[in-house]
Design a protein around this ligand. Structure first.
Ligand SMILES: [Cu+2]
Length: 168
């Protein structure tokens, strides 16, 4: 009985804290998500990347614990890291901490969302939706506008090289 009541309360809380967008920023509790984008892929490309900025306005750390999407067989949270002299990407199995009061940017060459086993090509001008779940703030759907394959000016480790690693 108590357990059922608790489940009902949790469900009510989930419904009562909807995400909303304002001026291109998606608000989810203490989390703000801005500047989302992905890049167009070639037909039959195996992977794609998702990029956005996550700001934690709260006083406690939060954590991006998972990303899911219908466009890919598997969606992961990745980081770029040096292994010896080689820059490689790898999954963050515990997710990505968003420290209290700070912003974390997911961008080409850094942290990113990795769409693996694409069900469709990403076409410039269209939108890819990813669902992000945070430990504290909850779950939100984020539309990623598909930009050109070379969109960004960050130091690039192109995802086109990703398949050549043999790790995926
Ligand atoms: Cu990756």
């Amino acid at each position: 009985m108590i357990r059922q009541l608790r489940a009902a309360v949790v469900a009510a809380l989930l419904i009562a804290t909807p995400a909303f967008a304002h001026n291109g920023v998606i608000h989810l509790g203490d989390i703000d998500i801005s500047l989302p984008f992905t890049r167009a892929t070639l037909p039959n490309a195996p992977v794609g990347g998702g990029f956005l900025t996550i700001k934690n306005n709260g006083t406690e750390d939060d954590r991006l614990v998972s990303a899911t999407s219908d466009v890919a067989g598997d969606t992961q949270i990745h980081e770029m890291a040096m292994e010896g002299d080689v820059m490689k990407m790898r999954e963050l199995p515990d997710g990505l901490v968003i420290p209290a009061g700070e912003s974390v940017t997911l961008e080409p060459g850094g942290f990113h969302i990795m769409f693996m086993g694409l069900n469709q090509a990403f076409v410039e001008g269209e939108t890819v939706t990813v669902t992000l779940t945070f430990e504290k703030a909850g779950t939100v759907e984020v539309p990623l506008p598909v930009q050109s394959p070379s969109a960004d000016s960050a130091p690039v480790m192109d995802h086109g090289d990703h398949g050549a690693e043999g790790s995926h």
